[in-house]
Write a protein that binds this ligand. Structure first.
Ligand code: NAD
Length: 500
């Protein structure tokens, strides 16, 4: 069986750690390959290689760096079907969704191609008599990325295109559950002309991650994953003097006002709750209808739509299913455990995904879509992130109650409001304690030229990913104040604070 190693210094390299993890095809339940869990020394070696590659890469003109990214984009597009199949074969999501994730990742590459403009800095003439001031946005050095299983292409592509464009070198530590896609992207970066050592992939687990968080040569750490690990990453890497952006888990609510177009809201909820089997940090997992009548109508429409939710393998001939399997048996058991917890806590299980009919289920990690009603804030299925195809209806009496329910939650990644009332939407946007808000848009993922990030325990660190914040995160500003020698000679010494 293949053992996936590392990609260091422009070459695939076998790991000699002696430790591996199994990678599954979630649709069949079979182990398809092993992935190396690299040793601390192997991780240090990748950092050394990236550190040595830094001076040359940082000195290259931004225009040339951008041209390599343009070629990379063309290569990814050329191989899009192959990469989408790879994503689906290890993650389980349906083929069209895998292609969608790749497109969203490519949009960040397109943004990063604009680096000659983005990294220009500022300039002021005559800040004092004969004195000019300007800023440089310089790269940091070696940056590290640690990514989750749910977007094996898109999340690494939130990080490395911007980091590389700014002149940094990179060590990527992908999720050990679906590691093949970042390895393929590393090959395509090399093919696009990226110098060896500028982008490296180290497969591994906590042992590798801990080296990335503590090695003094690493300047910045970007992390996306669950909240407890995000908090650990933030605390450890910051204590070692690095800048950190650590994105964590989520529980996203969609408020449905009495005046909303309910057919539109239900369409939106079906995709946002059950797409990718709910394994999205921006999935809607709680619908919050305002008023009993809205709740009854919403519930009836959702129940009807759930009868036709098609579940099956992510790759098949003909049109896709609506959703595929969960990523592993362990995760499936966790999601099924939450369904039972909801029943035990007294929520009403209106549609039970455990009983769904599934095409060609075999030994795959499948569960159908579930719907709970009468979920209240104290219940575990409201407090905790399930990360599966389970939608909760949490009824409220008023707009103010909806606002309070969302604001009281520990997470603040995404939220949406469906309404025809502009004033209600405007108030929601202003008062909600959440980083990304949709108005009649269920999954308000910012485009690549804006920045992505949540509030509260969904993000540790001040800067969001990609867009303007991404450029700020991966550059250090230096401000230069200059006056030329003839004026220095003429002016003599100054012993007071200079003013205009
Ligand atoms: P995870 O936290 O288990 O793993 C993420 C990464 O951390 C992996 O690379 C893993 O190897 C590493 N890791 C795991 N345990 C570690 C430890 N003890 N020490 C050091 N490193 C460790 O997350 P996951 O299950 O792969 O992904 C799902 C989670 O990611 C969900 O909570 C989801 O909400 C979140 N997520 C958040 C966003 C966002 O933008 N906020 C986006 C995607 C996913």
């Amino acid at each position: 069986m293949t053992i996936l190693g590392n990609f260091i210094a422009g070459q695939p390299q076998a790991s000699h750690s002696g430790r591996t993890a199994e990678v599954f095809d979630p649709a069949s339940g079979e182990v398809t390959r092993q992935v190396a869990l690299s040793s601390a020394d192997e991780t240090r070696d990748a950092i050394r290689v990236a550190d040595e590659a830094f001076p040359g890469w940082a000195k290259m003109s931004p225009l040339k760096r951008s041209r390599i990214l343009f070629k990379f984009k063309a290569l990814v597009e050329e191989h899009a079907d192959e990469i989408a199949r790879l994503i689906s074969s290890e993650h389980g999501k349906v083929f069209s969704d895998a292609k969608g994730e790749l497109t969203r990742g490519l949009e960040v590459v397109e943004f990063a191609c604009g680096i000659p403009h983005l990294q220009k800095g500022e300039h002021s003439l005559n800040v004092g008599t004969g004195v000019d001031s300007f800023s440089l946005m310089q790269p940091l050095g070696v940056c590290a990325g640690i990514s989750p299983f749910n977007f094996p292409a898109m999340v690494p592509m939130w990080m490395f295109p911007v980091a590389l464009a700014c002149g940094n070198t990179f060590v990527m530590k992908p999720s050990e559950k679906d590691p093949s896609t970042p390895m393929r992207l590393a090959e395509l970066l090399k093919q696009a002309g990226l110098p060896d050592g500028v982008f490296n992939v180290v497969n591994g687990d906590k042992e590798s991650v801990d080296v990335l968080l503590t090695d003094e040569r690493v300047q910045a750490v970007s992390f996306v994953g669950s909240t407890p690990i995000a908090e650990y990453i933030y605390a450890t890497a910051s204590a070692h003097g690095k800048r950190v952006q650590a994105l964590g888990g989520a529980k996203n609510h969609m408020v449905v006002m009495p005046d909303a177009d309910l057919d539109q809201a239900v369409d939106a909820l079906m995709g946002a709750a059950y797409g990718s089997a709910g394994e999205r940090c921006m999935a809607i997992s709680v619908a919050v209808p305002v008023g009993e009548e809205t709740a009854e109508r919403l519930r009836a429409k959702l129940v009807e739509r759930l009868q036709t939710l098609s579940v099956g393998p992510g790759i098949k001939d003909g049109p896709d299913h609506d959703m595929g399997p969960l990523v592993t048996r362990v995760h499936l058991d966790k999601v099924v455990g939450y369904i039972q917890a909801g029943v035990d806590e007294g929520a009403e299980l209106v549609v039970d995904g455990r009983e769904a009919t599934i095409d060609n289920a075999g030994n795959g990690f499948f569960v159908g879509g579930s719907l709970f009603d009468h979920v209240t804030p104290g219940m575990r299925i409201h407090r905790e992130e399930i990360f599966g195809p389970v939608l909760a209806i949490a009824r409220v009496d008023s707009f103010e109650d909806a606002l309070a329910m969302v604001n009281d939650h520990e997470y603040g990644n995404g939220t949406a409001i469906f309404t025809r009332d502009g004033a209600a939407a405007r108030q929601y946007c202003e008062r909600i304690q959440v980083g990304m808000v949709g108005v009649n848009v269920p999954i308000p993922v910012p485009m690549a030229f804006h920045s992505f990030g949540g509030w509260k325990r969904s993000l540790f660190g001040p800067l969001h990913m990609h867009g303007p914040d991404g450029v700020r995160f991966y550059t250090r500003m230096k401000t230069i104040t200059q006056r030329w020698p003839s004026e220095v000679r003429d002016s003599g010494g100054h012993f007071t604070m200079p003013t205009l």
